[in-house]
Design a protein around this ligand. Structure first.
Ligand SMILES: *Cc1c(COP(=O)(O)O)cnc(C)c1O
Length: 411
């Protein structure tokens, strides 16, 4: 008999989204009329179609593949050179960060990258993860065997949790006990918080002092409108020696179904081998990609490249303005309802305190039953999310305006 990976058995049953689906289904079956007016503000998925520049580029790429003269097979293992060059130039060098195309690795999305990165990091690392958090960071560490079992609160033995609460503006402080790997995500999913230059500088200084590595998830950087807020961890001096950055075309370009993202692995980032020698992680990461993958679909990469054209940038800008307009409407409605509201300014998520001491799930049920609006209970993102809920701004304007009217009736 073959053996399975026991670490998977430590995972908490994928509780959050199946449980939301179950409660919504039961409610709709019992209340067919209310089901008609249900508005889903729980999803973290885009709703608007892809920018026309992306569609046109993907069509052109498919046509190229249809004739011998322009047909392409396997591409560069790190991704299309022209795409990587545009990323390095527009996302980094134009903002004063010295990144080269050889430090960019194109992937099928940053969720995968957040998991793949563990391939090149040692199992003995002490890992720190914010709470509440995007569940991928925790679960991939559990799968890799980096943790013990979970306690009743769902916290795994062996992970250092970094509480994100209203008191610290949902931006965690470096822990007292040294750690080796720290996951950070700004703008944050689920709290919508952003980190200032000073706050990120504390983390970069901490990482350099302890020879730790920051895994910086910048999936929502395009939603930052405040010019003083860093859009990349590399805007902090010294970060090129201690941080990996994950980016995605999912939330800016609308690529959640198309699938494309990238990792920045700076050549100057080192980690220690078992014999204490310091080696560049870039070599291992390159080896990992060339061994386990053959890059990303050609039409998809051409679509991503179109995001960097003048018209592509303009079209993405309009998409983001649409979602951020939604965020403002929802945030103001929640405030008018007398709720305490965070986020929704430089991020498409609004993080709201539940009313009158309700738990996150009680608030979920109340909103479902009384308003027919589906939100995400904060406790599903970690124990520090208890007492909060997340409203997503990814929706049509029509749905958002109706959801806002209903929210206000909570007052
Ligand atoms: C949506 C999201 C991503 C992007 O994932 P993809 O796999 O690129 O679609 C990454 N990190 C966070 C926190 C997200 O919410």
């Amino acid at each position: 008999m073959a053996f399975l990976n026991d670490n998977y058995l430590k995972l908490q049953a994928g509780y959050l989204f199946p449980e939301i689906a179950r409660r919504v289904r039961e409610f709709c079956e019992a209340n067919p009329d209310a089901a008609q007016r249900l508005i889903r503000c729980g999803i973290g998925d885009v709703t608007e179609p892809l920018p026309p520049a992306v569609i046109a580029a993907m069509h052109r790429a498919v046509d190229e593949l249809s004739v011998r003269e322009t047909f392409r097979g396997y591409g560069h293992e790190q991704g299309l050179e022209s795409l990587r060059e545009k990323i390095a130039q527009q996302d980094y060098r134009d903002r004063g960060v010295d990144i080269g195309a050889e430090e960019i690795f194109i992937s099928e999305g940053s969720k995968s990258d957040c998991g793949y990165i563990l391939d090149v990091l040692g199992a003995q690392n002490k890992i720190a993860i914010p709470d509440p958090v995007y569940p991928v960071y925790v679960d991939t560490n559990v799968m890799a065997g980096h943790t013990g079992r979970a306690d009743e609160a769902g916290r795994y033995e062996g992970i250092t949790y970094l509480p994100c609460r209203a008191e610290n503006g949902f931006v965690p402080e470096p822990p007292a006990k040294p750690v080796d790997i720290i996951y950070l995500c700004f703008p944050n999913n689920p709290t919508g918080a952003v980190a200032t230059l000073a706050q990120l500088t504390r983390w970069v200084d901490y990482a350099r002092e302890h020879e730790a590595i920051l895994l910086f998830d910048a999936a929502y950087e395009a939603y930052i409108s405040d010019a003083a807020i860093p859009r990349s961890i590399y805007q902090i001096p010294g970060a090129l020696e201690c941080a990996v950055e994950f980016r995605s075309f999912s939330k800016n370009g609308g690529f959640t179904g198309v699938r494309c993202g990238f990792t920045v692995m700076p050549k100057n980032l080192h980690a220690r081998a078992g014999d204490a020698e310091k080696l560049p992680l870039h070599k291992l990461w390159h080896r990992r990609w060339s061994t386990k993958a053959n890059s990303v679909s050609y039409p998809v990469q051409r679509g991503a490249e179109a995001i960097y054209s003048a018209e592509g940038r303009e079209q993405v800008r309009r998409l983001i303005d649409h979602y951020m307009g939604n965020a403002r409407i929802l945030r103001e409605a929640a405030e008018r309802a007398g709720l305490t509201v965070y986020g929704g300014v430089n991020a498409p998520y609004i993080w709201v305190e539940t009313k009158l001491g309700l738990t996150s799930w009680q608030m979920f049920d109340k909103m479902l039953q009384e308003l027919n609006v589906v939100i995400t209970p904060g406790s599903g993102f970690g124990s520090c999310g208890e007492g909060f809920f997340r409203i997503s701004a990814f929706n049509s304007r029509e749905n958002v305006e109706e959801a806002a009217r209903r929210l206000e009736s909570l007052a």
